[in-house]
Design a binder for this molecule. Sequence first.
Ligand SMILES: Cc1cc2nc3c(=O)[nH]c(=O)nc-3n(C[C@H](O)[C@H](O)[C@H](O)COP(=O)(O)OP(=O)(O)OC[C@H]3O[C@@H](n4cnc5c(N)ncnc54)[C@H](O)[C@@H]3O)c2cc1C
Length: 313
Amino acid sequence: MSLSYSVSPTISIRYAFPSRKITASPVHSLCSQTQPSLRCAVLGAGFAGLSVVWHLLKNSPKRLDLKIDLYDEVGIGGGASGIAGGLLHPYSPKVKLLWEGAQCWNESINLLKIAEEVANSRKCKVGESSENIETFFGHKRGILRPAMDIKNLTKLNDNVQTCLPSCRIETLNTEEVQNLVPGLRLPLGTAFFMPEAFNIHSQHYLQALFGACENLVKESSTFGSGHRQLSFHKRSVSRLLEFEGEYDAVIICIGAKVNMLPEISGRLPLRTCRGVILHMELPDNIGEGYPDRGPSILSDAWIAVQGPRSLHV
Ligand SMILES: Cc1cc2nc3c(=O)[nH]c(=O)nc-3n(C[C@H](O)[C@H](O)[C@H](O)COP(=O)(O)OP(=O)(O)OC[C@H]3O[C@@H](n4cnc5c(N)ncnc54)[C@H](O)[C@@H]3O)c2cc1C
């Protein structure tokens, strides 16, 4: 058995069965006369699982016959990803650049563009305007981080020094903040604003990314390269041994439930945390919505703006 895992914003683990020899690997097979092939199972269709599927389809050698089975017990976005607030930035809540934050930020923007293109083309096909793509996908008005006490202010001021040029952090005073969100109170008269950060509508993004994966499969058949296949199975997987002999690799992206697989349980230093989300919709009889230029807000709790009349808290 081999285990390798990468912790980007989410975790994915690759599991190789002990009985299958590496001679089946695509790199080795490419050198031989036979058509190389790879069969993969991806468990979990959240941010991690769909990103893995997209990268496998996009980056595998062109000649490879690639069969991917995607399993999720609930459906696309059935776990934390589907209900997440969708706040997207490369920093900790104290605006410290995260480990591999720059790479994660670039990758996330890239995947988002790909998903947006799919959503755009589908809307055009059914004759809808693509002008509303922003409300479909998320709210691109930046994220504001108010300083809450002196210790917090000092820490935030320090952390700001390491911000990325592609996701800047500006220091704003009360007046500047009032222009963005009238009536917002700042305990210390200072807030940190990330104009390039935003929040996505997680379900819309995931559905569109799955569509992008399906498109990659279709494109590969047009260009006459190796055969590509992607199948979605709405099914719970209770142990990895169910798949023994069936796949060359099983990639595990089942989020907080990873410790429920007996083969993984207790082997990784993981700590889970619980999140609760509240979706607030402004009733039609209340006139004034969230300000047009108003950013989302990140603090001990957060407000993810989904539109002028819809907030996640
Ligand atoms: C309320 C809340 C708000 C959040 N807000 C944000 C935010 O604003 N910004 C941010 O960056 N992060 C946020 N997060 C964190 C973020 O949502 C998670 O880090 C991320 O979704 C994890 O993605 P994942 O793909 O690893 O796991 P998941 O999204 O949990 O995906 C795992 C998938 O595996 C499936 N699955 C599980 N067990 C099995 C099984 N045995 N067999 C088959 N399928 C299975 C599940 O149905 C699920 O679809 C939030 C989390 C919560 C709970």
